[in-house]
Design a protein around this ligand. Sequence first.
Ligand code: GLN
Length: 481
Amino acid sequence: MLTEKTIIELANLLEKGETSAEEIIKEYIKRINTIDKKINAYITFDDEKAIIDAKESDKRRKKGAHLSRYDGIPIAIKDNICTKGIQTSCASGILKDFVPPYDATSIVKIKEMGFIILGKMNMDEFAMGSSTETSYFGPTKNPYNLERVPGGSSGGSAAAVSAMIAPAALGSDTGGSIRLPSSFCGVVGIKPTYGRVSRYGLVAFASSLDQIGTIARTVDDAALLLKVISGSDKKDSTSIERDNDFTDELDGQIEDMIIGIPKEYFDSVSSDIHECIFTRINQLERMGARIKEISLKYTEYAIPIYYLIASAEASSNLSRYDGIRYGTRSNNASEIIDIYKKSRSEGFGKEVKRRIILGTYALSSGYYDAYYLKALKGRSLIIDDFKNVFSKVDVILSPSSTTTAFRIGEKINDPLEMYIMDILTISANLAAIPSLSVPVGLDSNKLPVGLQIMGNHLQEKKILNMAKAVESICDPIHPEV
Ligand code: GLN
């Protein structure tokens, strides 16, 4: 089945003329129409447009004018990345009618290579959440167990790749939103170094933390797609100009690499996950890596620091949705102040409102020093913590999450319980370092376990190489949907 193939396999088949873009798209359409009823990974899926795009790609290839080896391969896109002419809702009521007049830079780049947009993926509203339950369009289900969450906020992207209703996807990660769902759904997800990928056209949540990254079924696929979207961009002044050569010679050679194991990252981890991760660490040691216990001593402060900074930035970024400048306007108001109030109170969901209130409070005069400024100081300590550790180790290994996928509804009414889910992922965002999650097996409930690999700034190649080594010792896992 073509839907089981990786990007690299599809590219080879296309190159040899053994399949066509149209054939690939049609297989996906058939599978999406049966499987997505159960999973709800897609917010927007336009099969007619996808077929038109595929036919155009086939025409190009016939003439020898294909845009790259990947011309005609479909990719799913998280619904907070702007796609020209295609609804980009952020899974929010306030943006449900928003159709961007432009493409995000990462979309321009994938289109330049001939990739086809397969659809727009479900997510937590404005990427705020860890379970994809806060979506205006209803929750996405985990393909391994339909009663469980897929993780969040890029839950639609990860679930689709896992269930083979997309070969790969773009997601965004502000505090773990690529790695947590990748871990829960048994796929590979990478958040690059802050600045590696342009944020232009990514709907802002917390600008100093947001990064677009990739989700795929293999390390090679995730890496190659990341390379496609990487690069500096004059439309994003925080993007950086660097070699994007991190896919060359990815051979899984890890001899003499020093792996740091942070003891704080195993404190509240379930015993199944603990065992699974240590089995892999021991195997990596036998392959020639050196293991070193390390300490990231400010880990316990990462949650309050992140939730203050992220919410403060969100409260500012989301002020533009007022029914006048941006966002659906309330029909129940005529006075200007009322339009603002009602558009926002009707358009935003509960979690988004909670963040706006928290962030506005933290930024208000009288509280700024006590909360926001203090959080910024805490962030510096976390940055120093990593700087210090990376002078001694090449990569840091830990679980991606303290538990495997939890039940739908289990944490949605307890925000703190939900926030704690991010404890192992958010420090990488605060420190702006690259980090990925790679599947390493199943727990006793037959749910995927993810291993997190963090590296120093711009060391994507090191963490991808380590991920290749991990992949080589793990049996591939797939859900039965
Ligand atoms: N779960 C975190 C939050 O709710 C991270 C979200 C993200 O990375 N977009 O803020």
